[in-house]
Design a protein around this ligand. Structure first.
Ligand code: AMP
Length: 280
């Protein structure tokens, strides 16, 4: 497996892969890899001939009060996991390699970025869209793999790719959970054992909503109340949102609609977690 810290090195390896007519797949991550990330690498491996994983804790997507400094960065372990999962190249730049001091360009995807996460983290998706577009420019992948765990992020990236005519196929991959239902996340390492138990309230709330929809209920407000109850009583969570939305627009759901997405964001202690489930 190749490892690169500079854009120039990545470009030369990609050019070599292209000369061999290889299909290039990209898996962007912030590192602290877990089975969720590795499932994206596995999907890329199955469909592509040259798999690039990027590990970059992107300062642009963190607000000043967020956890940029303390975000885990176990690079040696991450490289081992990438190697054993079948990555061909890992790009792990420093921030100075990615952002010129005079950089003045950012990608703002309006509308879809402004709701839910956007209300709580108003600059977050501009940071995400900017770095993902830059990685698309550097790697020029045929396909890029993202987790449904970050459902709104996936919609933002799909919107951006459509609007900018970026020739990348965006592939969404299913959320990987632990045996008890907790969605894997790099931020789970912040949870104490007691908080980890409380964090199970997120997936329980989602499952309760999904079961309500399964049973034919469409009284969304009452279902959302029940989700809040679960988060408060089982999680002692501080809730940002627990809501049922239209799966494409994240607008209010239509009771006659055939598809929904249920999304939660809540703080367990000091750790902010997000999760979602689609229906059906
Ligand atoms: P991150 O390192 O948190 O920026 O995540 C990098 C990629 O991995 C994103 O596309 C995430 O949606 C995806 N991802 C994170 N957690 C999971 C998970 N539990 N299951 C599937 N994909 C995930």
């Amino acid at each position: 497996m190749l490892t690169c810290a500079t854009i120039a090195e990545v470009r030369s390896h990609i050019a070599a892969a292209r000369r061999l007519d290889k299909r290039v797949g990209l898996v962007p991550t912030m590192g602290a890899l877990h089975w969720g990330h590795l499932s994206l690498v596995t999907s890329a491996r199955e469909a592509c001939d040259f798999v690039v994983v990027t590990i970059f804790v992107n300062p642009l997507q963190f607000a000043p009060h967020e956890d940029l400094e303390k975000y885990p960065r176990p690079l040696a372990r991450d490289l081992e996991l990438c190697g054993s999962s079948g990555a061909d190249l890992v790009f792990h730049p420093e921030p100075a390699e990615m952002y010129l001091p005079a950089a003045a360009t950012q990608i703002q995807v309006s509308g879809i970025s402004a709701v839910l996460e956007g209300e709580v983290r108003p600059t977050h998706y501009t940071g995400v869209a900017t770095v993902v577009q830059k990685l698309f420019g550097i790697v020029q992948p045929d396909a890029a793999y993202f987790g449904e765990k970050d459902y709104q992020q996936l919609l933002v990236i799909r919107r951006m790719v459509a609007d900018l005519n970026t020739p990348v196929e965006v592939i969404g991959c299913r959320t990987v959970r632990d045996d008890e239902g907790l969605a894997l996340s790099s931020r789970n390492v912040y949870l104490s054992p007691e908080e980890r138990l409380r964090a199970l309230s997120l997936s329980r709330a989602l499952r309760a909503a999904r079961e309500a929809l399964d049973s034919g209920r469409r009284d969304f407000a009452a279902i959302e109340d029940r989700m809040q109850q679960i988060l408060l009583t089982q999680g002692q969570a501080k809730i940002d949102y627990a809501t049922i939305r239209h799966p494409d627009t994240l607008g209010q759901p239509d009771p006659d609609g055939e598809r929904f997405v249920i999304l939660v964001a809540a703080r367990i202690g000091a750790t902010r977690l997000i999760d979602n489930m689609q229906w059906p």
